[in-house]
Design a protein around this ligand. Structure first.
Ligand code: NI
Length: 222
């Protein structure tokens, strides 16, 4: 499943992040691409050794980890890789799939990829994130502060930016639950029990769904 996650960042967070990114040093995005993705990746990335990059990563990571929808949809074990990307006019990222394992000597699996939009869609033309499904593809260009989370197993691309600059944070998560279909079952149960609770409080049905949810998570988490 794909999830749009609204209001990951507040307007204040966005202003603070944009102010830092406006003056920070960026490098060629090819430096962090796999050998096959290098051929189609054309963007700029915040130089990750900068102290300000570490601060921004901390801010984005903690905003995502305290977001209830992100928690329920993704079940993050760790957000192991996080990059700030800028696509100036003429830049794009062609069709590719993300590496299954990331992180140098200390490998993590990428189960879920996300893009967190950092500037308003009115500030640039083009730059849609296009994710391919089995049958059709879907384009996303979300408002600032919103994120899209999708299975890392998909083929996807970023369309050329034809004017302005597109600013995003992109990241990869190792989930507690490796398989998307299992995460979907847990998400549906979580949604159902919340809705039941809102209607009838802590009923017998709520208790049984909570028990099933816990027991499935116990069986499936790794
Ligand atoms: Ni990608």
């Amino acid at each position: 499943m794909l999830f749009r996650i609204p209001q990951v960042l507040s307007p204040e967070d966005l202003t603070q992040i944009s102010d830092v990114l406006a003056i920070a040093e960026f490098v060629d995005g090819k430096l962090t691409a796999g050998w096959h993705a290098k051929a189609v990746k054309n963007n700029q990335q915040l130089k990750s050794v900068l102290p300000e990059a570490k601060d921004l990563k901390r801010k984005v990571r903690s905003a995502l980890l305290r977001n209830p929808l992100f928690q329920a949809a993704v079940r993050p074990r760790t957000i192991h890789t996080l990059l700030f990307s800028r696509y100036d006019t003429g830049m794009s990222y062609g069709r590719h799939t993300d590496n299954a394992m990331m992180g140098g000597h200390d490998f993590h699996r990428s189960d879920v990829s996300f893009t967190l939009f950092l500037n308003d869609p009115s500030e640039y033309e083009g730059g849609e994130l296009v994710i391919e499904g089995a049958d059709a593809e879907q384009a996303y260009k979300l408002e600032a502060g919103m994120a899209i989370a999708y299975p890392s197993s998909s083929l996807h691309r970023v369309e050329p930016v034809t004017s302005g600059s597109r600013m995003v944070a992109v990241g990869w998560v190792q989930s507690l639950v490796r398989q998307p279909d299992k995460r979907e079952i847990l998400f549906d149960l979580e949604t159902s029990r919340r809705s039941l609770f809102a209607q009838h409080g802590k009923s017998d049905e709520f208790d049984l769904i909570s028990k099933s949810l816990s027991n499935l998570l116990r069986m499936w988490a790794d």
